[in-house]
Design a protein around this ligand. Structure first.
Ligand SMILES: Cc1cc2nc3c(=O)[nH]c(=O)nc-3n(C[C@H](O)[C@H](O)[C@H](O)COP(=O)(O)OP(=O)(O)OC[C@H]3O[C@@H](n4cnc5c(N)ncnc54)[C@H](O)[C@@H]3O)c2cc1C
Ligand SMILES: *[C@@H]1O[C@H](CO)[C@@H](O)[C@H](O)[C@H]1NC(C)=O
Ligand SMILES: *[C@@H]1O[C@H](CO)[C@@H](O)[C@H](O)[C@H]1NC(C)=O
Ligand SMILES: CC(=O)N[C@H]1CO[C@H](CO)[C@@H](O)[C@@H]1O
Length: 547
């Protein structure tokens, strides 16, 4: 099977001797890093840090492998030295004896109990009571504490969060993998399954021939393709910008943070909901674990929460968007994915479009559609930023102005991410040289863009990007595209190239022999070990004899 989705156990392996089993405890209080209560106080007399989690609320909860497996942990804690709090730093903390695996003195550690999924993972809790570790156990690449307790600041505070940015960037690819696996299963099964009738008296059609089934699955298929391209873009962007950061050029660090946070949230939300739609599209058997989809879902859906809760991620991206918008207004020239905000400041968007006049001239023109998504994002960013600014002018406190507009800020971030995804999909097409592959991927790309418009019609009409008549055309065109994609649907999921072993699905088998194998699978149920279960003798028979 694929490597486990909780990947951060592996992230630090490069610098850790093999005998150590590690887990990373990045947050003590989840979302609010600065509010983290676990402290690491430096004691120069012994050159040690003292780790302490004083309250029940500061118990670290959740890291995979912590409950029973790890003997060391990387812990983020508030550093105190020379009487001052220096903010979050990371420390390597031994938590169990190497020989006996018993918890070390002052360490309280264990498993958190059953969860929504991850049954095989020992997600754990951890509490410190004045645990001492040597000074060299602080990860000092960026910030340092000298033997006498002198604190040396990092070049940028943001550098401390580099690992989180890396994992978020990789989660974008996970979204693509999880959604594409669910699509593979649902689409293959929909080609195998026959049900009902379309024309009276004729044989039962494949359920994939129902327009409604296509309408459920093909936009998700298009999304899976889009996310594959976005995942690979995010990976390359991460490597490109972090190479610059290594060289000391931090100019694009804020862009990288905002992009990875936003795309992590956008793709995990969409993929998580999409996997569940795929499951329901398989009817009753989708609910059986032999479909493979329940496992994909429970393993994937925590990605909406871990490594940065999605709403909080969207708000971080919004902060960058509002900052960029404000910078553009005051004459800065923006680069990267937010460069469209340069134009907004020059020509304010018309709030009330003239009837019949719209930005999109041709709903089949991908260039036009990218422009429309861009303008929609610009409109929503501008509206949210203006609203925050006017609240500030009216004397609201900064935090209150932010909170009072946060629904709109999240919407602005989503629109920005949606634009990025559509744009990257369209750009990818120019790299595809094979004529027939280009034709079908263009249809998928168009479906992705048009489907997104129908889900957000209000935004596009309100901003004068499309007229109501064009929205009707969009809806019609989507139905045409479903028929275009239908003959290629199975080939398009085969192209993801998952082996049966990777899919782990009876419904999604490559050879389509679903029913025989489902029967085999059922026979292996533990309840079938005996022909007659003991509960019959214990409970049912006595009941029957009373009748
Ligand atoms: C399977 C799994 C594995 C995990 N593994 C690890 C691990 O290995 N290491 C580790 O350190 N952690 C791990 N975690 C913990 C995870 O990182 C946190 O759960 C996550 O950061 C969310 O924090 P929270 O639980 O405190 O949620 P909260 O922050 O309490 O979120 C609850 C709600 O409050 C909202 N909210 C919170 N703050 C804001 C805000 N500022 N603005 C608007 N809304 C807000 C959220 O949107 C959400 O709706 C894991 C979690 C899971 C589920
Ligand atoms: C990510 O990008 C790096 C460098 O650009 C490349 O070596 C690596 O193979 C990529 N990984 C994935 C999963 O695409
Ligand atoms: C930093 O990187 C950016 C983007 O690659 C580049 O435009 C800029 O010139 C670089 N700055 C320095 C000082 O090298
Ligand atoms: C594991 C096991 O014993 N499975 C049995 C379940 O029931 C079928 C049908 O009676 C048997 O053929 C299997 O051997």
């Amino acid at each position: 099977m694929d490597p486990p989705l909780v990947c951060w156990e592996g992230c630090c392996r490069s610098f850790i001797p093999r005998a150590y089993v590690f887990c990373i405890l990045s947050f003590s209080l989840g979302t609010h890093l600065r509010g983290l209560e676990t402290t690491a106080t430096y004691d120069p007399s012994t050159q040690e840090f003292i780790l302490h989690s004083p309250t029940v609320s500061s118990i670290k909860w959740w890291p995979g492998g912590l409950g029973k497996t790890s003997n060391h942990a990387v812990v983020l804690a508030q550093l105190y030295t020379q009487g001052e709090c220096r903010g979050l730093q990371a420390f390597i903390v031994p938590i169990r004896k190497m020989e006996t695996h018993e918890p070390l003195p002052g360490v309280e550690v264990g498993d958190i109990g059953p969860k929504f999924g991850f049954d095989e993972t020992d997600n754990g809790f951890l509490k410190f009571d004045r645990v001492r570790i040597p000074r060299k156990n602080m990860l000092m690449k960026h910030a340092q504490v000298e033997p006498d307790g002198t604190y040396v600041k990092p070049v940028s505070d943001k550098l401390t969060y580099g690992t989180m940015v890396f994992i978020r960037s990789m989660i974008v690819g996970d979204s693509a993998r999880s959604l594409s696996r669910a699509c593979t299963i649902a689409i293959r099964y929909s080609a195998v399954r026959h049900q009902s009738e379309i024309r009276a008296g004729e044989p039962e059609p494949q359920i994939l021939d129902f327009q409604t089934q296509q309408y459920k699955l093909f936009p998700l298929l298009a999304t899976a393709y889009a996310f594959c391209f976005v995942g690979s873009y995010m990976n390359h962007t991460y490597h490109r910008i972090s190479a610059d950061i290594q060289q000391g050029n931090l100019s694009q660090m804020a862009e990288l943070h905002a992009l990875s946070a936003g795309l992590k949230a956008f793709t995990t939300w969409v993929a998580s909901a999409g996997i569940e739609e795929c499951r329901m599209a398989c009817g009753g058997h989708g609910y059986s674990r032999c479909s493979g989809i329940p496992d994909i879902y429970v393993n994937f859906t925590p990605a909406c929460t871990y490594e940065g809760e999605n709403t909080v991620m969207m708000l971080q991206t919004a902060r960058f968007l509002v900052k960029s918008y404000t910078a553009a207004l005051s004459g800065d020239h923006l680069g990267g994915m937010v460069s469209y905000l340069n134009d907004v400041s020059q020509q304010p968007i018309q709030p009330h479009p003239v009837a019949g006049r719209s930005l999109v001239k041709d709903i089949n023109d991908l260039g036009n559609l990218v422009e429309a998504y861009k303008q929609r994002a610009a409109c929503l960013v501008e509206a949210a930023a203006k609203s925050v600014n006017s609240d500030l002018k009216r004397g609201k406190r900064k935090e209150d102005a932010w909170n009072k507009n946060s629904v709109d800020l999240v919407r602005a971030s989503e629109a920005h991410c949606h634009y990025v995804v559509v744009r990257l999909f369209v750009e990818k097409l120019s790299e595809i040289m094979d004529v027939s592959a280009h034709r079908i991927l263009s249809a998928l790309c168009l479906l992705y863009a048009l489907h997104g418009i129908t889900k957000n019609t209000g935004d596009f009409i309100k901003a004068g990007l499309l007229t109501a008549v064009q929205i009707d055309q969009v809806q019609q065109r989507i139905k045409d595209l479903l028929s275009v994609i239908r003959p290629n649907a199975v080939a398009l999921v085969d192209a993801f190239d998952y082996s049966d072993r990777q899919l782990g699905s009876v419904l999604g088998r490559y050879d389509g022999n679903v029913y025989e194998n489902m029967f085999e699978w059922a026979k292996k149920s533990p309840l079938n070990k005996t022909q007659v279960h003991e509960s019959f003798h214990k409970y049912l028979k006595p009941l029957q004899s009373k009748l």
